[in-house]
Design a protein around this ligand. Structure first.
Ligand code: USQ
Length: 493
């Protein structure tokens, strides 16, 4: 395996979740960088997995010289690493569980099953039928020969969560247990409160639980690119923190901005909940020396990973209604049943995008290379930037040429408050440069995959059954009303 494939060979026990610092270490008393320098030779740890080593200097053992860190496709992984997925029943949680289990991790997960309920309440349904959690776990055993441990639990139920953390002793925790819809969070005061309460309080409680019961675990927290908004000045969207050389000039004076959190300008109350999560995690790393990667996630699309493809009983959910579906998935589903693709406004709004398959690879790589104690870092998890119009045109082209469909595009009055003409420069370097990520899919390939599954008779009838909820009605003003059609475009054959 090349060095590029194994980017964590030279990481040391300093960042390994299996070590325990010995003696009274008051991390708060010293700045992280200074402390790290001083640490070698002055600090001892004990390995919870290899107690026979006794006390040792955490810098003295690298992952490539440790028997517990085994090579994998995505860098070294702790043998049987205990990973806890919060929100395991969701679009992302389930494919991640399968991938990690296949890589030999001991996978645990919880979910309060609220996503199924909310999609149902909206009148939508997953285009690909999904099994109950117990059937999914059984299918994973049957098809992939892996054991996945699931418990129905609400992250907000701290009386259950804290003993559960003690029981599982996670070495990595992935926080996906959040309500992910911008339009849902804007539809009413109750839905905004539900989103904020679930997401913000859930993460906050988790951080206290980690402080007391899982302080060495790394936290992979799902944030969103929408936390940054789209600054009209064209300022690049750095990876969460300003680079070292950034400065602020004001009234003839200059100050360094290096290392400070970049400005946030969220675009819905859902995105506000993610900004609040960012600050909670940032502070917990500072106060308690927890360690976290905050993942600024672009819009995810697709339904395909190698593990999901093993059997339909392993499907992950695939939503397309106006609240729970994201734009690429919606456009393909609309085209598959002859409904117009609904571009909001000019269609020139740009976002960062990534396929489900690539997003799963990124998360595994982040788990494989944990942050150092006290480290809060941010990655922008996107592979491409597209306009909505480009996505519609690409879906139309593939639908027409490869599936014999008759696509239609409709530009509608924009139900959202968002910039429609704006610069958008996303910096997304860390995943490639520090974690060895390489994209394995593209917009075109993934659109083909989605068309293939959406055109299967059962999937098609599940789309047809929810034609009514494909149409946007949720305005950011709170009004529920259909949008005026601005333009109808029938792409040339
Ligand atoms: N859009 C359309 N037509 C549609 C649906 C959406 O033109 O039928 C436009 C929206 O106006 C927006 C863009 O497509 O400009 C993306 O919208 P979306 O609904 O696909 O995604 P969004 O609401 O931004 O949220 C999604 C996920 C969320 C995640 C976010 C990443 O639901 O969980 O955090 O993508 S990001 O957009 O980078 O913030």
């Amino acid at each position: 395996m090349s060095q590029h494939d194994c980017p964590n060979d030279k990481s040391t026990c300093w960042s390994c979740p299996a070590v325990e610092f010995k003696g009274h270490v008051d991390f708060r008393a010293c700045g992280q960088a200074a402390f790290r320098k001083a640490a070698s030779g002055q600090l001892v740890v004990e390995c919870k997995r290899r107690p026979e080593i006794g006390y040792f200097d955490p810098m003295s053992i690298t992952y490539d010289s440790c028997t517990e860190w085994r090579e994998s496709e995505y860098g070294r992984l702790l043998k049987g690493m205990r990973v806890l997925i919060l929100g395991m029943d969701g679009y992302l949680g389930w494919p991640l569980a399968l991938k990690l289990a296949k890589l030999g991790c001991e996978v645990h997960g919880i979910d309060n099953m609220v996503r199924r309920k909310l999609v149902d309440e909206k009148g939508g349904q997953s285009v690909l039928p999904i099994e109950s959690m117990s059937n999914r776990v059984a299918a994973a055993k049957r098809q992939l020969d892996v054991d996945i441990h699931f418990r129905e639990m609400d992250l907000l139920d701290r009386e259950s969560l804290f003993p559960y953390l003690q029981e599982v002793k996670p070495e990595a925790i992935v926080q996906f247990a959040e309500i992910p819809s911008a339009p849902y969070s804007m539809a009413s005061v109750d839905k905004a409160v539900h989103t904020i309460e679930n997401n913000v309080v859930g993460t906050l409680g988790l951080l206290f639980g980690m402080r007391d019961h899982a302080a060495e675990a790394s936290l992979i927290k799902l944030g969103t690119m929408g936390e940054y908004g789209s600054p009209l000045t064209g300022r690049p969207l750095f990876e969460g923190l300003f680079p070292g050389e950034a400065t602020l000039q004001y009234q003839g004076e200059e100050w360094s901005l290096g290392g400070e959190l970049t400005p946030r300008d969220p675009v819905s109350f859902y995105h506000v909940s993610k900004v609040q999560g960012t600050f909670s995690v940032y502070e917990a790393c500072k106060y308690w020396w927890l360690r976290s990667y905050d993942v600024m996630q672009g819009v995810i699309y697709g339904s395909h990973t190698d593990e999901l493809a093993a059997d339909p009983a392993l499907n992950t959910r695939f939503d397309i209604d106006e609240w729970w579906g994201t734009v690429v998935n919606r456009f393909v589903a609309q085209t598959a049943v002859g409904e117009p693709m609904t571009i909001y406004g000019s269609g020139n709004q740009m976002r960062g995008y990534i396929t489900l398959k690539d997003a799963m690879q990124c998360i595994v790589r982040l788990i494989a290379k944990p942050p150092e104690p006290g480290q809060y870092d941010v990655v922008n998890q996107v592979t491409d930037v597209f306009t909505v119009r480009h996505i519609a045109e690409t879906v139309a082209k593939i639908g027409q040429r490869e599936f014999g469909l008759d696509p239609l595009i409709q530009r509608l009055e924009n139900p959202r408050v968002e910039a429609e003409e704006h610069p958008y420069e996303v910096i997304h370097e860390k995943l490639q440069e520090q974690f060895g990520f390489q994209s394995e899919s593209s917009l075109e390939e993934e659109i083909r995959h989605i068309f293939k599954s959406a055109l299967e008779p059962e999937a098609k009838s599940r789309i047809e059954a929810q034609r009514d909820v494909l149409t946007p009605r949720t305005r950011w003003s709170g009004e529920q009303k259909e949008m005026a059609v601005l333009e109808t475009i029938r792409p040339a054959a």
